[in-house]
Design a protein around this ligand. Structure first.
Ligand SMILES: Nc1ncnc2c1ncn2[C@@H]1O[C@H](COP(=O)(O)OP(=O)(O)OP(=O)(O)O)[C@@H](O)[C@H]1O
Ligand SMILES: [Mg+2]
Length: 254
């Protein structure tokens, strides 16, 4: 690890709880998430695993209302968010995708400062200061003036994480945040995610990184065909899978 990649583990987060109650999500008439109930305690990390097409991304999108449910409820900090304006909710719930979606013509600093300035109404100077803090925290203190094309994939993903953190979210959602990265860059981003977890963020992480899930998750959720088939501690899920579907899945990925 180089000095540049060293993070400043000073910020403490106050993650909120997330509760899904009989949540169903559909595309048109096709149900792709069925009756999912899930409790994520404040400051804990839940990893969602399962085969391609099992509804993992759709479930995440249901939490921050990129996709509105067909039925059921989503609660954050003990209160239903289905009546909230989606834009307001997304200030409270940060999301990081496989592809970083950074603005190519903006520097790392500008990418992180933009929403606090434009959406949260901070002054430009305040937004820059906040962005500097967050970028230092993800280990990019030396690269704030670089544009995305002059950063590695792992660094770009850390800018995307800093951008989400700059909104002071109560919950962070990650959808395959490391799958587009070269193998040597995966570790740094996973380490950063593990740090956020240690600092009290509530996280729901869709991942193919079973080592990460085993090490960092408080809870692992296995989805198949739109349903939660099994959930439990990493030990329960990885060492003592009960269902044939999970046993088959693990035999294919481990
Ligand atoms: N925009 C869409 N319109 C219609 N069906 C969709 C749409 N997006 C996803 N689906 C379908 O919904 C189901 C669940 O998809 P989803 O993307 O949630 O799966 P996933 O578990 O995230 O898969 P992967 O591991 O490949 O990312 C799939 O059958 C998929 O084909
Ligand atoms: Mg997906």
């Amino acid at each position: 690890m180089t000095a540049v990649e060293t993070t400043t583990p000073d910020a403490v987060y106050e993650g909120s709880s997330v509760e899904l109650r009989d949540l169903s999500l559909a595309y048109g008439d096709v149900a792709v998430v069925r009756d999912v109930s899930l409790t994520v305690a404040p400051g804990t990390t839940t990893c969602v695993i399962g085969p391609s097409g099992s509804g993992k991304s759709t479930l995440l999108r249901g939490i921050n209302r990129l996709h509105d449910p067909a039925s059921g409820d989503v609660q954050v900090a003990g209160r239903s968010v289905l009546g909230d304006k989606p834009d307001d909710l997304r200030l409270r719930i940060g999301m990081v995708f496989q592809h970083f979606n950074l603005f190519p013509d903006h520097t790392a600093l500008e990418n992180v400062a933009l929403a606090p300035w434009k959406v949260k109404g901070l002054s430009k100077a305040e937004a820059r200061r906040l962005a500097e803090e967050r970028l230092r925290e993800v280990g990019l203190g030396e690269r704030m003036d670089h544009r995305p094309r002059d950063l590695s994939g792992g660094q770009q993903q850390r800018v995307a994480i800093a951008r989400a953190l700059a909104m002071r979210p109560e919950v962070m959602l990650f959808d395959e945040a490391t799958s587009a990265l070269d193998p040597e860059l995966v570790k740094g981003v996973l380490r950063l995610m593990a740090e956020l977890c240690e600092r009290g963020m509530t996280m729901v992480v869709v991942t193919h990184e079973m080592g990460f899930a085993r090490k960092v998750a408080d809870q692992v959720v296995f989805m198949d065909e739109g349903e939660v088939v099994e959930s439990g501690t990493p030990e329960q899920i990885f060492d003592h899978p009960r269902s044939a579907r999970l046993q088959t899945f693990l035999s294919e990925v481990l």
